[in-house]
Design a protein around this ligand. Sequence first.
Ligand code: ADP
Length: 179
Amino acid sequence: MKKTIHGGTIELTVGDITLQAVDAIVNAANSRLAGGGGVDGAIHRRGGPAIMDETRKKYPQGCPTGSAVISGGGKLKAGHIIHAVGPVYRDGRSGETEKLAGAHRASLELAKENGCASVAFPAISTGAYGYPLHEAARVAIREAANFLADPGSVQLIRFVLYSQDAYDGFAKAMEAIEP
Ligand code: ADP
């Protein structure tokens, strides 16, 4: 599924984000940038140790929740990895929405600053961090659409969903926004 918004494109696909041939892929990282399971583990496994070596050197303090940092792509096809830190979901009233939106905005800003035309996101916070998928999808799609309203290098924002269920949740959020 694809939608053109303000001259840019938001695209949804089911797949593995580590295999995406885009300028930057976004990692669902933790605030210590320590690696872990889920999409984070998959990115570091396929991308090799150079990624963690770089983030340890450049960001010894880690990255605050709701923000993002950038590294090279190691052995991945993508030239950059943007390590975004989404919130752990508690009760929906603990600033989760703003932090999830912030993680998306910061990632897109870094993509723009680094001249990327295409960026792929996973469904940040919807795995181990427990964010309800439909709510996370609404936040992610809204931030992507808002970002495309400001002209910049980014032309394509692709959400790479790991299951048909996740895809369906994002598709519903996408249908709700203006073309
Ligand atoms: P978080 O800790 O932010 O919740 P997770 O990695 O546990 O991060 O999960 C985030 C989302 O990424 C989940 O929806 C999960 O199904 C999905 N996911 C896991 N592995 C991959 C992958 N290789 N490509 C794309 N999405 C993935």
